[in-house]
Design a protein around this ligand. Structure first.
Ligand SMILES: Cc1cc2nc3c(=O)[nH]c(=O)nc-3n(C[C@H](O)[C@H](O)[C@H](O)COP(=O)(O)O)c2cc1C
Length: 187
């Protein structure tokens, strides 16, 4: 086994699109890979100093959408340029933007699934950012991506993951097995 020392290489990483409003109500989005579930009702995001950070300071509600193969280019774009100095950042994405139903944050309609969140706590806050812990207030899923049991059909969403080693986006792929079930073969 080759050793690489400490690296930010938890695999696979999500491609989270964080939607916020600035104090004038202008929408913004950024890409975040270093985030995940904190507990059953909360998420955590490692947040640097961005327009998004400024927006959350004045309006602590936001959306988190999961990027897909078809939203990849614009999802990458919102992770490379800042709303701080790019006034046409959101028009360039081509995304359809509405206010989310339950939070004061933008909903990007091209994404199959989005969670609506409110900041609960900022851990280790400094000029360079913080670890954001936020309550999940609601989960929204476009009806076109529901399975027969009425729940989100993850496989149909064409989600992408971020490869932090080679800085690529990799398609999620097909179902390989059943959790809490296939392992029973070895019991
Ligand atoms: C693949 C990828 C992953 C990223 N992950 C994070 C992250 O986890 N946390 C973070 O603060 N910034 C992350 N960024 C950087 C922000 O998305 C980027 O600085 C963005 O321009 C901020 O936009 P804003 O200033 O308009 O809010 C990531 C960017 C890319 C392309």
């Amino acid at each position: 086994m080759k050793s690489f020392g400490p690296k930010p290489w938890i695999l696979p990483q999500p491609v989270l699109i964080i939607g916020t409003y600035d104090k004038q109500g202008n929408p913004n989005a950024m890409n975040a890979a270093w985030g995940g579930q904190w507990d059953a009702h909360q998420i955590i995001i490692s947040l640097g100093s961005h327009q998004t950070t400024d927006n959350l300071a004045v309006n602590p509600e936001f959306t988190v959408a999961f990027a897909t193969a078809t939203t990849l280019v614009a999802a990458d774009y919102v992770g490379m340029v800042s709303g701080r100095n790019t006034p046409d950042k959101m028009p360039k994405t081509g995304w359809t933007i509405e206010k989310a139903p339950n939070v004061n944050a933008p909903l990007f309609k091209e994404f199959p699934m989005t969670i609506e969140c409110r900041v609960r706590q900022k851990v280790d806050e400094s000029a360079t950012g913080c670890y954001l812990i936020a309550d999940i207030l609601n989960v929204l899923c476009d009806e076109r991506y529901l399975s027969d049991d009425g729940n989100p059909d993850v496989e149909s969403m064409d989600l992408i993951t971020y490869d932090p080693v080679h800085h690529t986006y990799i398609g999620l792929g097909a179902t390989e097995g059943n959790a809490f079930s296939d392992g029973k073969q070895l019991k």
